[in-house]
Design a protein around this ligand. Structure first.
Ligand code: PSU
Ligand code: MN
Length: 295
């Protein structure tokens, strides 16, 4: 039986030479945006990583393998029909030959097996509002707790219970580094989140904290970068979360439903902010990866 992971030549060589590599997910492409915007966001994120001097490694399941470093044409295959893959779902998806889009947690699980330590995304998953009804906590948190990697996001997706998620990150021993901010960004909004564990001013500082954390036996770290343009969407979010519950939408389907509802109800404004923050987070992840390689 062949191994479950296939690494592209470019990524394999870069890792072998200890050059900076940044993992990118495919759930954003398949489920985060209406087609064909997801592919454009994926390509723009890869371009931002390259501009910063690192190699992008977009990860997803295709043709029976977990692919690390996807070709541009492959990104088109991550349509809304793709499975949404947390860490538990990777193996089954590969064996069954289905198309699978990795979440942050799924991407980190793959990154850990190939030795990638940096990733950029939009917003981390976390504790859903109303916990324990539904009793839904994203597998992103478990993955981040155990995997030594830096994830750059605009904090936690604000459709979640952000203060509860911040508490759980502390419980799990995950440092939250505020990128030139003292509070965890609220995805679409820069201000109003819970305090971070440490504020950082420079990529090199974040890289040195990550290395020290790993040498102390730590796992993942979250870097929270505020969105450049801040949107106040709390009332719309509350409504969309309620609508999801009313329609019986649960589990993995909640996030795509709420994001799509917001995109629609703001006439595409959240879509633009979401896209811009994802690309900027990919770039910052690359800056930290480059600083790490130079330590
Ligand atoms: N951030 C976005 N859009 C998304 C997600 C994050 O801007 O679609 C995805 C990520 O893949 C994240 C996932 O890992 O949502 C978390 O989903 P859940 O809450 O079902 O674990
Ligand atoms: Mn969930």
């Amino acid at each position: 039986m062949q191994g479950p992971v296939a690494v592209s030549d470019e990524v394999r060589v870069a890792l072998g030479e200890e050059r900076p590599v940044v993992a990118l997910e495919t759930t954003l492409i398949a489920h985060g945006f209406p087609a064909p915007d997801g592919v454009a966001v994926g390509l723009a994120s890869e371009a931002a990583v390259r501009e910063a001097g690192a190699i992008p490694a977009t990860i997803g399941v295709l043709d029976g393998r977990v692919q690390v470093g996807l070709a541009a044409a492959d990104l088109e295959r991550f349509t809304p029909e793709a499975r949404k893959l947390g860490p538990r779902d990777l193996a089954a998806c590969a064996v069954q030959g289905a198309v699978g889009a990795t979440t942050v947690g799924g991407t980190l699980a793959v990154a850990a097996t190939v030795g990638i330590r940096f990733m950029g995304t939009g917003g981390l998953g976390g504790v859903h509002r109303g916990f324990p009804d539904p009793p839904d906590v994203s597998a992103d948190l478990g993955a981040l707790a155990r995997i030594p990697a830096v994830v750059v996001s605009s904090g936690v997706k604000s459709l979640l219970d952000v203060p509860a998620t911040a508490e759980l990150l502390e419980t799990l021993g995950v440092p939250t580094l505020g990128w030139r901010t003292d509070t965890l960004p609220l995805f679409y909004a820069a201000e109003g989140g819970p305090p971070v564990s440490t504020r950082v001013e420079a990529a090199d500082e974040a890289a040195r904290i990550a290395v020290s954390h790993w040498r102390l036996g730590g796992g993942g770290l979250l870097v929270g970068r505020p969105p450049a343009e801040s949107l106040e969407v709390e009332p719309l979010l509350e409504q969309a979360v309620l609508d999801a519950a009313t329609r019986g939408i649960t589990g993995q389907a909640v996030t795509p439903f709420v994001l799509a509802a917001l995109h629609e109800r703001t006439g595409g404004e959240t879509l633009r902010v979401n896209r811009d923050l994802i690309v900027a987070n990919a770039r910052l992840a690359a800056d930290v990866a480059v600083a790490y390689a130079a330590l």
